[in-house]
Design a protein around this ligand. Sequence first.
Ligand SMILES: [Zn+2]
Ligand SMILES: [Zn+2]
Length: 341
Amino acid sequence: MDFSPGIAYFLGQLDKALLAPGSHISLASLAVALSIGLTVLAARRYRKGRRIRLKLLLRALFPKTIMSSRSNLADIGYFYFNVFAFGLVCGWALLSYAMLSHGVTDLLTAMLGPRRPTSLPPFVTRSIITVVLFLAYELGYWLNHYLSHRIAFLWEFHKVHHSATVLTPLTNFRVHPVYMCIFLNIIAVFTGAANGFGDYAFGQATHEYGLSENNIILVFFIYLYVHLQHSQLWISFTGWLGHLFMSPAHHQIHHSRNPAHFNKNLGSCLAVWDWMFGTLYVPSAEPEKLDFGVEPDRETAHTIWGEFVAPFGRAAQVISRRFDGRSPQPARLSALDRSEA
Ligand SMILES: [Zn+2]
Ligand SMILES: [Zn+2]
């Protein structure tokens, strides 16, 4: 039997994930995140007059209890699934960004008349579309995340991400394929529509600035702090900065088991959509004591059955309750919802 196509596919996916500089999990961006983490820890120890040794810093960043936890092993399993298998299993279910973009441009042309090429220089139009597409991505991300928390059926699939009891950069990959499929389609709709408007407004196809097919502003944030959002290192943006950007502490609050933190900080890199729609929780400068995960703890948590198969059954139960006339199962109830219930 010839295994070479399989091996070539495996290596190609690994190359795209780890070596492409603009990928969501490139080794280069992980190295930058590690450097930032080490620098922050070293500066804190220096201020307290404590010794700075690389071994101690690494132990603080990668404690054995986290690295060997079942939660982390489940994250690694999902990392493999989402890098190597997701496209093969779910690729057919994804809308085409290019098709949506052309559709919007054609619709605008039919409604408003033919496009007229802009006199703006290309670097201006490309810069504008880069910012617009980044904002469209962030809004689509916020909306998908909001729906995943507020609609019980969707929450059963998103809960997989929240069942992580420790946070590492690989937790980013701990997402159920149904969640991932809906997320990618919503992102395609938002960015495809925004690109269609841009192409029409500028009178020609206008391409964003990117790296490895990702928006360059998004890549900038991936390098700066997106990996650290899934870590136990408290780096918080407070004040006006905390209203604009989603610091690592913002996202750690999002994973908290404390009901006061439920359904807060749903954005990706920016906090502005949360601020605008009333779901922002600006973390304090000092670390808040947080426990991660969802309640109740299930025996099957972190297993293939519990995190991959069972969500289908639980989501089906949500639907059947609706049709049986039983009271609908709630999605994630925030502290406010509980007090009103
Ligand atoms: Zn969430
Ligand atoms: Zn997360």
